[in-house]
Design a protein around this ligand. Structure first.
Ligand code: OOG
Ligand code: MG
Length: 262
């Protein structure tokens, strides 16, 4: 750690206020170039602490930058991780207020729900599949608090990896019955196909994102609890949305989930 607790608190407040008031800011590493990974996750933890103090409930976790396309674009080889609270959840087929957000984008994701805790280090994909209750289709709405989505990795980790809203739905499936590498995804905006992908786009198999999350938490003395909902990362690049847009995700063998921006 190179930042002191007071600075971590100020950065968390600044980023969370951007989220709550829907305005952007410049990336925080401009003011704090010495910020390290522990500082970045400490800011994110402080945002979660602030939300929980106001009654929010932690409902899940997410991995980001897990697709080969995004990793190549960012020049990284390890994903980033964030949290999901109940206020981020949009009901399946429901509405999301665009004016509450800054510059939202949608991305198709495979969602895991655990039935047993997963603890790293050394957590494997086999353990992930054994601890998975079911998988679902999900659309993540990301909304970086940074101007024009321009950030570096530490800034985006501090900003809870651009987490904003998410919707899950379709048919709950046992991952034992599916080959999640070849599971196809078709995302439509207003009836037009805007992205196409398959599960293998995420780290070869989306369960790898869950084992890497467990290993990341293990290094920090934490674990994935039972009953956690985990977004494993966009299969494709994210797509910008405007008020009035209807977005639907069809996931092979897993049905459909959708939302409308109003
Ligand atoms: C960071 C969040 C990335 C994903 O699924 O890759 C993410 C960003 O691109 O703003 O959620
Ligand atoms: Mg995502």
């Amino acid at each position: 750690m190179s930042l002191d607790t007071a600075v971590i608190g100020e950065l968390a407040e600044r980023l969370e206020n951007c989220e709550l008031q829907a305005h952007d800011t410049l990336k925080i590493t401009l003011d704090h170039p010495e910020m390290d990974w522990d500082d970045a996750y400490a800011v994110q933890d402080e945002i979660l602490r602030r939300k929980r103090a106001r009654g929010a409930r932690l409902v899940g976790l997410k991995a980001g930058l897990t697709s080969f396309a995004k990793m190549r674009q960012m020049g990284i080889d390890t994903p980033i991780f964030g949290f999901l609270v109940d206020s981020f959840l949009v009901p399946d087929g429901g509405q999301c207020r665009h004016a509450d957000l800054i510059h939202p984008k949608v991305e198709p994701e495979i969602v895991f729900v655990t039935k047993a805790p997963l603890k790293g280090p050394g957590c494997t994909i086999a353990e992930v599949l054994a601890a998975t209750d079911f998988v679902l289709a999900g659309i993540e709405i990301i909304d970086s608090r940074y101007r024009d989505f321009k950030f570096d990795l530490k800034s985006v980790v501090a900003d809870n990896c651009s987490s904003s809203r998410f919707v899950v739905g379709g048919i709950m499936r046992d991952p034992r019955d599916l080959d999640l590498r070849t599971t196809g995804a078709v995302m439509e905006k207003n009836g037009q196909i805007v992205s196409l992908g398959a599960g293998a786009a995420v780290l070869g198999h989306p369960a790898n994102a869950v084992s890497m999350l467990a290993n990341h938490l293990g290094r920090r003395g934490a674990e994935i609890p039972a009953g956690a909902l985990i977004l494993t990362g966009g299969l494709t690049e994210a797509v910008a949305v405007q008020p009035g847009d209807h977005v639907a995700l069809h996931m092979q063998g897993m049905g459909c989930t959708s939302l409308t921006f109003v």
